[in-house]
Design a protein around this ligand. Structure first.
Ligand SMILES: Nc1ncnc2c1ncn2[C@@H]1O[C@H](COP(=O)(O)OP(=O)(O)OP(=O)(O)O)[C@@H](O)[C@H]1O
Ligand SMILES: [Mg+2]
Length: 512
């Protein structure tokens, strides 16, 4: 069975207002009209992802098969890239084709826009995928965001500039200042946090200087706007000046943009309470977004009680460290990639690092097991949605399990997601996980966990039509089942043997 289920697209809605960029958006749309692959590059926090989403939303109508957003920041294992793209697009693979060739096959006649977001850490794999799909699917276009170009033939680079800022030394009235995008962003974000902040003729010179100081980098502006909650604009500027002077000592040409942002992130960190700092660092353990109960379960301890997490998360949201995303009834939180990287560095400096990672692993393994236990019941659709929302976290927890060499645990974890692999259309990825778990457990004492993983792996192989592989796996499970008291396992083996015979057209064997 092959299917491509979604056709409208999956662009996420804006969580905060989009400001300015009229000229850049128009230029990028033109470029996308002229080239099938446009890569947005630029320093962290300059607004690549927001621009790509904006242009995708505005161009959506020109793509009858939809515009799709594939977030890759949280993907650590480049071998799962094609599966990740397929899953975002709703392309299922119940065949023996490789995920990439199945994608290429399914997209061959599609007229679609695909946004690949944050490709820098897996740029080789992205280059290969994009190259293959450009060749195999002539009406697909790509918008890619990456701190570096992909280096694919035909790639057009769009360097995302900082937001426009007032010229230093020029004199501006409050009304004319708002024409600059950086000022408009500062104002919009400050208005979110401070009701009485406004730009007046009295503070316009300071506001202009602040935006210029921040190099027009949107993320830096958002972090500084959060400071306006407690400090007047002049104070924010003074403190920033002092920080930058330390950094640029001996360098009269000013700070490169990435240092500006780094200094601002440092400053935001320094201005957090110790508990907020600790939580920021611990939250970096999540891949992609997370829900509050997960943060309470994983990040509490050592001076932070679970009850405090909500208030601390709230404080980090107000400081623009965390962003809030709404999915249906539920709220999820996310650290922007640049802030997550910073948090990860802080976490690595602490003794708690390994503990938090282990808690993350335990939490998501338990989630996988619960999904299995409750699958047959009224909450099945809710479970599938939840597992999809946690896909990146599940992956990252599983990768940790493999890194730690916890073979039986890895087998149990991968097998517990059996229905996610099957009903979620992730057979290929399921086989990759189970394969990794089985490699980790090879040569060890046979165990129930290994036998279960083999059984599930052979089930997935059967559904993909890999009858020989399924048979080999079942032989080993059967050998193990004969040596232990495991009637259920023997029952499952018989069931799969029957299925295998049925798929092979051996109807008499299938009946037995
Ligand atoms: N034009 C804009 N209007 C409003 N907010 C913006 C705009 N551009 C960027 N931002 C905000 O600035 C922050 C950083 O932007 P974004 O995440 O797009 O940067 P990025 O270049 O993709 O960073 P990274 O390299 O870390 O992925 C986000 O909170 C984003 O919402
Ligand atoms: Mg980005």
């Amino acid at each position: 069975m092959q299917a491509m289920t979604r056709t409208d697209g999956n662009l996420p809605a804006d969580v905060t207002s989009f400001v300015g960029r009229r000229r850049e958006v128009a230029a990028l749309r033109d470029q996308l009209g002229a080239s099938r692959l446009v890569t947005l590059t630029g320093v962290g926090g300059v607004g690549k992802t927001r621009m790509a989403l904006r242009v995708a939303a505005e161009s959506q109508k020109a793509f009858p098969d939809g515009a799709f957003f594939v977030e890759l920041a949280a993907l650590e294992d480049a071998t799962l890239l094609a599966d990740t793209v397929a899953s975002a697009l709703g392309v299922e693979n119940h065949t023996t084709r490789t995920p990439l060739s199945q994608l290429s096959h399914q997209l061959a006649d599609k007229h679609m826009l695909i946004v690949l977001d944050n490709c820098e850490h897996i740029s080789e794999a992205c280059a290969e995928l994009v190259h293959e799909l450009l060749r195999g699917a002539p009406r697909i276009r790509f918008l890619v965001t990456s701190r570096h170009s992909l280096g694919v033939l035909g790639e057009q680079i769009f360097t995302v500039p900082p937001l426009s800022t007032p010229r230093v030394g020029a004199c501006f009235r409050a009304s004319s200042l708002q024409e600059f995008d950086s000022v408009a962003l500062l104002r919009a974000r400050a208005a979110n946090s401070v009701s009485d902040f406004d730009i007046t003729d009295d503070n316009s010179a300071l506001v202009a200087r602040l935006c210029e100081r921040l190099d027009g980098i949107p993320l830096a502006i958002e972090l500084a706007a959060a400071r306006l909650r407690t400090l007047p604009v002049g104070e924010v500027l003074d403190r920033l000046d002092r920080r930058f002077q330390l950094l640029s000592a001996g360098n009269s040409s000013g700070l490169p943009r990435h240092q500006t942002l780094a200094a601002l992130i440092d400053w935001s960190y320094a201005l957090c309470s110790v508990k907020e700092q600790t939580l920021w660092a611990r939250l970096s353990v999540f891949a992609g977004s997370f829900a509050l109960p997960a943060a309470e379960a994983i990040c509490a301890g050592d001076g932070i009680s679970p009850d405090e997490i909500l208030d601390l998360v709230d404080a980090l949201v107000r400081k623009s460290i965390l962003i809030v995303e709404r999915s249906g009834e539920h709220l999820r939180y996310r650290l922007l990639e640049t802030l997550r990287e910073y948090g990860r560095d802080r976490l690595a400096e602490t003794a708690a690092s390994a503990h938090v990672q282990l808690e993350h692993l335990k939490y998501f393994q338990r989630l996988a097991e619960l999904s299995f236990e409750e699958w047959c019941g009224p909450r099945q659709a809710a479970w599938l949605a939840r597992l999809r929302a946690e896909h990146s976290n599940l992956r990252s927890a599983f990768d940790r399990c493999i890194e730690l060499g916890h073979a039986d645990q890895a087998c149990t974890f991968a097998a517990a997601l059996q229905w996610f692999w099957i009903a979620g259309g992730n057979l290929g990825e399921g086989r990759v996980w189970l394969g990794q778990a089985l490699v980790a457990s090879a040569g060890r004492e046979p165990s129930h966990a290994r036998a279960k993983a083999m059984w599930v792996d052979s089930y997935l192989a059967l559904l993909r039509g890999e009858l020989v592989t399924a048979g080999t796996l079942l032989d080993e499970v059967q050998g193990f089942a004969a040596t232990v008291d495991a009637p259920a396992l023997r029952g499952y083996v018989a069931q799969l043997r029957g299925m295998a015979a049925l798929f092979a057209g051996e109807l008499d064997d299938a009946k037995v």
